[in-house]
Design a protein. Structure first.
Length: 273
């Protein structure tokens, strides 16, 4: 089979719980194929065969991969059977490990969905942080800037949204703000402690490649102004000027996986607190 040249892979994460485990595994795996990105579509709290069948249909239509973390054997078998029938690649993240543990311990698993999400304070903090990241993504609502633990700023395609979601799973409330020459930065940015702000920068050539791949994935010509070196240099110069005024820490995301950049961000926040 020929290797796919698309810049984005669609992956359905199917779970009888929230789907956090599957999404984290997918992000860790996809990071090894940068600049290819993943369109991760969660299908949480799948409890019956009808829901499993619908997901397989959607995955087939989208040419997607399914990764599932289903605990109940009948649902595992149903989804796997349907995926095979429709030619959809499906990966059972838990089945093999659970089976091996049963064999090793001589005990049957409890087969109870969601046991890894004990409803304690930490869990609710994570849920709240994820909801915060979604609400205050890409400057949809600038009031989030003053409420956030971390504010990410940078030009388009510097991984602001993936970083926001990753950090949310670490229980940080993150807002992110795009910097463009045509947009005036929100006043709120200049009213919060600079220690809360992290600027993201990137090499011109590297961003040029990423933006061209993004345009191709959208079915657009890669010669569009959005991906030209001249436009990128202008955007980066403007962003650098804003970051200098803010006095914030700046991290170069060139050739860095989301996990690595997130680690640097968390180190910076811890040092300044």
């Amino acid at each position: 089979m020929a290797a796919s040249t698309q810049a984005e892979v669609i992956i359905y994460v199917v779970s009888d719980s929230a789907g956090d485990t599957g999404e984290l595994v997918v992000r860790a795996a996809v990071a090894q194929f940068h600049p290819i990105s993943a369109d991760i579509r969660r299908a949480p709290f799948v409890q019956d065969e009808a829901a499993a069948a619908r997901i397989v249909e959607l995955a087939k239509e989208a040419g997607a991969i399914i990764l599932y973390t289903l605990v109940l054997p009948q649902l595992q078998e149903c989804l796997n059977s349907l995926a095979q029938e429709h030619g959809v690649p499906a990966i059972d993240l838990l089945g093999t490990l659970v089976g091996s543990l049963e064999q090793k311990t001589g005990r049957k698993s409890r087969q109870e969905p969601g046991l890894n999400h004990v409803l304690d304070e930490d869990y609710f903090r994570k849920v709240e942080a994820v909801e915060f990241a979604v609400k205050y993504d890409d400057m949809r609502d600038t009031t989030g800037i003053t409420k956030a633990d971390i504010v990410l700023v940078g030009v388009s395609r510097t991984s602001k949204t993936p970083l926001s979601m990753y950090l949310a799973h670490k229980k940080f409330k993150v807002a992110n703000v795009p910097l463009m020459p045509e947009l005036t930065p929100p006043d709120e940015l200049f009213r919060i402690p600079k220690e809360k702000i992290v600027g993201l920068t990137i090499g011109v050539h590297y961003l040029n490649v990423i933006r061209k791949e993004r345009l191709k994935a959208l079915g657009l010509p890669d010669s569009a102004a959005y991906a030209t070196p001249t436009r990128i240099e202008r955007e980066l110069a403007h962003a650098n000027e804003i970051m200098t005024k803010l006095g914030c820490v700046v991290i170069d995301v060139s050739h860095r996986a989301v996990e690595e950049t997130a680690s640097l961000i968390m180190e910076s926040i811890v040092k300044s607190s």
